[in-house]
Design a protein around this ligand. Structure first.
Ligand SMILES: Nc1ncnc2c1ncn2[C@@H]1O[C@H](COP(=O)(O)OP(=O)(O)OP(=O)(O)O)[C@@H](O)[C@H]1O
Length: 245
């Protein structure tokens, strides 16, 4: 954000803190309460897996902490900055500087090579990795001159991850990054996310329907009915290779 507001309370070591976060879509009979009061604290640098039934509010939560959407009420702080009350312009700055997104579908430009897809971001970022370094981090350096149509789904997703991390974001938000992939390919994508989390120390959130993925997390957050039902800490996270889905 260009003009960060002063922290209201100390958030040392915390990346996100939310209090009483609610989100209501629509009005009257069409009203949907997607979030019903989310209180959560996420420390900096952790790899967090977010689980929960379909419709439990996971994507809504991710979109709000990522500055893509605004809550209806409640508080959301990023490293002590109140992003819940930020203007649209401030949110754009916040996203641009701090947040990388990875979605289920890769949204690569079909007419550009892997390298060029990543370079689109590095050209406009303040302190980017080179496209080569970003592609190397996800194990795709040798594929850099391939076009998306010449790559598998998992490889395309790893290009999308390289693109998301090329600006060295402090936060990496992944909504069903392996949702369209088989388990072997998905494992390579999860390995890439783990490498990025270890190397850049970006706080990484991964939404998944696959409960097995929780074994690789530092922290597991389980949503139910628009709220956090449970938070579990993994003292000994597994390597993605050793996870069975
Ligand atoms: N833009 C929107 N307009 C209206 N309702 C919405 C909108 N986005 C989400 N919802 C509703 O809010 C609730 C929570 O949706 P959300 O996508 O956050 O859940 P989710 O846990 O991510 O689900 P899934 O696992 O299926 O992606 C659902 O009932 C959904 O239909």
């Amino acid at each position: 954000m260009s003009t960060p507001k002063a922290p209201i309370e100390p958030m040392e070591g915390l990346c996100f803190r939310t209090r009483g976060l609610t989100k209501t879509y629509g009005k009257g009979a069409a009203e949907v309460q997607a979030l019903r009061g989310v209180d959560l604290e996420l420390p900096d640098g952790e790899l967090v897996v977010v689980l929960g039934a379909s419709g439990s509010g996971k994507s809504t939560f991710l979109n709000i902490i990522g500055g893509l959407d605004k809550a209806t009420s409640g508080e959301v702080f990023f490293r002590g900055r109140d992003i819940g009350h930020a203007s649209r312009q401030e949110l754009t700055q916040y996203r641009r500087r701090n947040v990388g997104f990875v979605f289920q579908f890769y949204n690569l430009m079909p007419s550009l090579t892997a390298w060029e897809n990543v370079a689109l971001v590095t050209e406009i970022a303040d302190n980017p990795l080179t496209p080569d370094a970003a592609l190397e981090m996800v194990g795709l350096k040798e594929r850099q001159s391939h076009f998306p149509a010449q790559m598998s789904g998992g490889e395309q997703q790893r290009v999308a991850i390289a693109r998301a991390i090329a600006k060295q974001p402090s936060v990496l938000l992944c909504d069903e990054p392996t949702g369209a992939l088989d388990s072997a390919t998905g494992t390579r994508v999860l390995e890439a996310l783990k490498t990025v989390n270890d190397t850049l120390n970006a706080t990484t959130l991964i939404i998944t329907h696959n409960a097995g993925v929780a074994a690789m997390a530092d922290r597991v957050v389980i949503f139910a009915d628009g709220a956090v039902r449970e938070v579990k800490i993994n003292t000994n996270p597994k390597n993605p290779k050793d996870i069975t889905w």
